[in-house]
Design a protein. Structure first.
Length: 241
């Protein structure tokens, strides 16, 4: 795991309530402004060309490995996403997708769910499409739209959910992989606890770093923290070590 091992430390603040928008209450609780973005007009943005080339390079490595070792999982990769759909999701969610996530969605807009094989994804999750990212964000903001201001502080990166997170993966059990739209690093939600920015036990500094770490682990037989990608009966399986 060459690049993925040099993960940067990260931290930040904020999360949800439904009374006076943007106003923290005396007990420290208040509405999550990130779940209540202002109305915006969708605007199509192209990812940075250098970032897009780097993302495509890692996807080609992943696709080649899947085609050779896990062709059943290769068949679940989604078609290219539509820039207008990404723009509409950003406008509704009030968050700009990082260029590496945007470039990835423009190559594969999530996955196709087939009956005979689990859909492709990272660290035991399946990849979400743009619409699934938006719909999951909506649902999680409905469940938890308050900032937990215990002890007078709001910490979006340590709470169960904050509207600035972009849920790009799901394990089907209520847990999600997320990108922090502010810090741009990768974390994971626990449906029974908090958001952790050490998914798999390691820090992942960007969506691109996750892509590259996955390609490296596939080609080298390595791991990403305690997760190891393996081919079993023509399908990708993430083994927890």
């Amino acid at each position: 795991m060459r690049e993925a091992c040099s993960f940067a430390e990260v931290q930040t603040p904020e999360v949800p309530n439904s009374e006076a928008p943007g106003q923290v209450q005396a007990d420290g609780w208040g509405p999550d402004a990130d779940c209540r973005p202002e109305n915006a007009t969708p605007r199509v943005r192209k990812p940075n060309a250098k970032v897009a080339r780097a993302v495509d390079r890692q996807w080609r490595r992943i696709e080649a490995w899947l085609k050779t070792n896990a062709p059943r999982s290769h068949r679940t990769l989604g078609k290219p996403g539509e820039p207008e759909v990404i723009a509409a999701a950003e406008a509704e969610m009030g968050s700009l997708f990082p260029d590496d996530l945007r470039a990835s969605l423009l190559r594969h807009d999530g996955v196709v769910h087939l009956d005979d094989v689990g859909a492709f994804g990272f660290l035991g999750n399946s990849n979400a499409s743009v619409r699934e990212i938006r719909d999951t964000w909506r649902r999680l903001c409905l469940i938890d739209d308050e900032d937990d201001g215990s002890q007078g502080l709001t910490e979006p990166r340590t709470e169960w959910w904050d509207g600035r997170m972009l849920p790009f993966g799901s394990d089907g059990l209520g847990n999600h992989l997320v990108v922090d739209s502010v810090r741009r690093d990768v974390g994971g939600t626990d449906h029974e606890g908090i958001t952790s920015f050490t998914p798999g036990g390691v820090r992942i500094r960007s969506y691109y770093a996750l892509l590259k770490a996955t390609a490296d682990a596939m080609e080298d037989g390595g791991t990403i923290g305690y997760w190891k990608p393996e081919a079993v009966a023509g399908a990708l399986r993430w083994k927890a070590l």
